[in-house]
Design a protein around this ligand. Structure first.
Ligand code: C5J
Length: 232
């Protein structure tokens, strides 16, 4: 077992052998100018700023042998998996399926739906396309996690209060111990990010834990952690 002593609201204990990293929706459509996020009127720069931190967390997880799952929020080209209520919501400059600077907005296979190149999935990593905000809805995420023997999940990605939080709550309800990497997630709304971190760890980790990437990396560092385990 490993422990992230500085996790909030209290230390997070996990077995790397049954832990996976899930990186939510680090797609060009949410992170780059000209995508869906920007079309909704958002400033995408805060999301772009976490890319190096997510890259570091990916490197740490890969180095520790954790399975990595990437998700992409996107729809079929015929929009058969996009409820009209989702497409018609709000008054975005570009709706889901509209042609934009990065192809059809939030459509599978289009450039905008791709994960940003700095965080490209490595060979063998699971990439799940999801039509909902939560990654368990209308996907085989449960099946993948069962096959991997996963019991704990480390979360990163965007946006904190929408797809990350929804998926974390879904996972929590399914019995997974969930930890959110505080500096590897971001929102277009700083207050929403802070509120999400607080509500996740409130009431004795009612949804899960949070910790910085530094602390996660320290807990997964092989030499130190193994020495600690051996010598108590
Ligand atoms: C949103 C997401 N915000 N990935 N998607 O629509 O959080």
């Amino acid at each position: 077992m490993r422990e992230i002593a500085g996790a909030q609201p209290f230390p997070f204990r996990f077995d790397p052998a049954t832990t996976a990293l899930i990186v939510i929706d680090m797609q060009r459509d949410f992170i780059e100018e000209g995508g869906f996020g920007a079309a909704l009127g958002n400033d995408v720069r805060p999301l772009r700023a976490i890319v190096p931190t997510v890259a570091r967390l990916l490197a740490v997880a890969r180095g520790a042998g954790l399975p990595v799952i990437h998700t992409r929020e996107c729809h079929r080209p015929d929009l058969s998996d996009c409820p009209p209520a989702k497409r018609e919501r709000g008054t975005p400059a570009l709706r889901i399926g509209d042609p934009g600077p990065m192809g059809l907005v939030l459509i599978a296979g289009e450039p905008g739906a791709e994960i940003v190149p700095q965080l490209a999935p490595a060979a063998g990593e699971i990439v799940l396309d999801k039509p909902g905000k939560g990654a368990f809805h209308a996907t085989d995420l449960s099946g993948h996690l069962a096959r991997l023997g996963t019991r704990s999940l480390i979360f990163a990605g965007v946006t904190t209060e929408v797809c990350v939080q929804t998926t974390m709550r879904e996972a929590n309800d399914r019995g997974f111990a969930c930890l959110l990497a505080e500096d590897a997630t971001e929102s277009y709304f700083p207050a929403f990010k802070e509120a999400t971190l607080e509500m996740i760890r409130a009431q004795g980790a009612i949804v899960g834990w949070t910790a910085t990437v530094d602390r996660i990396a320290a807990a997964l560092a092989p030499a130190e952690a193994d020495a600690e385990a051996e010598h108590g």
